[in-house]
Design a protein around this ligand. Structure first.
Ligand code: C5P
Length: 411
């Protein structure tokens, strides 16, 4: 395994764990938005398999870049590029690379089901169900890695799960931003860059409007909870008017089932990947493991998803049908989020990764307050308290119960 720096890994000076969470939350919101966005380009929503494939391509490119950088640092200056390529090739196609085929299949399933879940559930409900991965990860860590967790640690994991659920509920304002965007700026998502000065001005005004509307809605949301009902009604309204209604219909039971499978697969796969990363007889870098994972995933998505499942439709409509900048953002967030997850697993472990994710939720509140007028409510304070408290409890070393030596009575 890679060496662990005392302060933990950083990315551009920011703690990796926080960066990981911001990416994670942004992915959930934007992915949901991309699946229910009204007014999809060409009247057809994008194919999930193509998006999963492209995110794997991007992940492979990023991992390969870091791998080249890493290996080149171990070589003497003036070493020919062929030597570098040969070294990377030998590492990637080593005899134990087959081990990554299993997590590749499971992560591909997880990533695909995440689209199904977020296409059929509100992001807040998805977030809450998704938090169960804290428990599934702990369960698989105990069962598969043989880790032992004290009662105190189990309690802190349960408290963390409850705390994050409460926090997710009260931070529901984030996902309102997507709805608000589409109401205030209906063309939002149709093209990437404003094409004229006028459009730029419109976009800037739109963002200001969104911030104002968002503040108003967050207050409404937290105080009444009626927004949820309003939103589902508005989805139904959208569906009636849309030619691609079947794509936008929410099916909550399908969404819940998909989310629960995601939870189980997330715990199992994370633990398996950690085992491969840390159990190597000869240490293999996380970048090499990521390359191996991406290669298997790419083949799977290409043959099972793009060619077999969606092949006929893609041939009829085109690979990039329904793509807009929202979809491209999903792809980028999915790739960067995946890379950051792998680094968290490598430098810490799966359980710590989940704690980091939850803590970063709480850390994001000051930003939300500054940029979106987010208000801390008593519920939010309670959730934050539970998250921080459970993290403290989990990290606190177990007290060794020392028994007093037996008293010997000398007669
Ligand atoms: O929620 P969870 O932490 O299980 O999310 C795992 C995500 O990270 C998945 O989308 C998976 O594809 C990605 N990942 C990755 N590379 C790894 C490990 C995980 O892209 N080495």
């Amino acid at each position: 395994a890679a060496p662990q720096s005392p302060s933990g890994p950083t990315l551009f000076g920011l703690p990796m764990k926080q960066v990981s969470l911001i990416t994670n939350s942004a992915l959930i919101l934007i992915l949901h938005y991309s699946r229910v966005l009204p007014g999809v380009p060409n009247g057809h929503r994008y194919f999930v398999s193509t998006a999963v494939l492209l995110s794997e391509v991007l992940k492979l490119a990023i991992s390969l870049t870091f791998s080249i950088y890493e290996v080149s640092r171990t070589l003497a200056p003036q070493t020919p590029a062929t030597v570098l390529c040969e070294q990377i090739y030998n590492q990637v196609f080593s005899s134990d690379s087959w081990k990554l085929a299993i997590p590749a299949a499971l992560y591909t399933l997880q990533n695909t089901l995440q689209y199904v879940a977020l296409g059929n559930l509100d992001p807040v409900h998805f977030q809450i169900l998704y938090q169960l991965k804290i428990l599934s990860t702990a369960f698989f860590s105990v069962v598969l890695l043989g880790r032992s967790l004290s009662m105190k640690r189990w309690i802190s994991l349960f408290v963390l799960t409850i705390g994050v659920c409460i926090v997710s509920l009260s931070s529901a304002l984030y996902e309102d931003s997507a709805d608000t965007m589409s109401i205030i700026y209906p063309d939002f998502g149709d093209h990437f860059f404003p094409r004229s000065k006028h459009e730029l001005g419109q976009a800037v005004n739109g963002v200001g409007e969104v911030a104002r509307e968002l503040t108003k809605r967050s207050i409404d949301h937290v105080s009444s909870g009626a927004l949820m009902a309003k939103r589902s009604a508005s989805y139904e309204g959208i569906n009636e008017d849309q030619p691609d209604a079947s794509n936008a219909l929410l099916n909550p039971s399908l969404g819940i089932t998909a989310a629960l499978v995601v939870v189980a697969v997330s715990g199992l796969t994370g633990v398996y990947f950690e085992n491969v990363l840390k159990d190597s007889v000869s240490p293999v870098s996380v970048w090499t493991r990521n390359i191996q994972l991406s290669i298997y995933s790419l083949f799977l998505v290409l043959f099972v998803g793009v060619l077999f499942k969606d092949g006929a439709e893609i041939a009829a409509h085109g690979f990039f049908d329904g793509y807009n900048w929202v979809v491209w953002s999903v792809i980028v967030f999915q790739s960067v989020g995946g890379i950051l997850t792998s680094l968290c697993i490598n430098y810490a472990d799966n359980i710590a990764k989940n704690f980091a994710t939850s803590i970063s939720f709480v850390i994001s509140f000051p930003f939300s307050a500054a940029f979106f007028g987010f208000r801390m409510t008593p519920t939010c304070v309670l959730g934050t308290f539970l998250v921080v408290g459970s993290t403290y409890l989990y990290a606190k070393p177990d007290r060794k119960r020392g028994r007093p030596p037996p008293i010997t009575i000398v007669q």
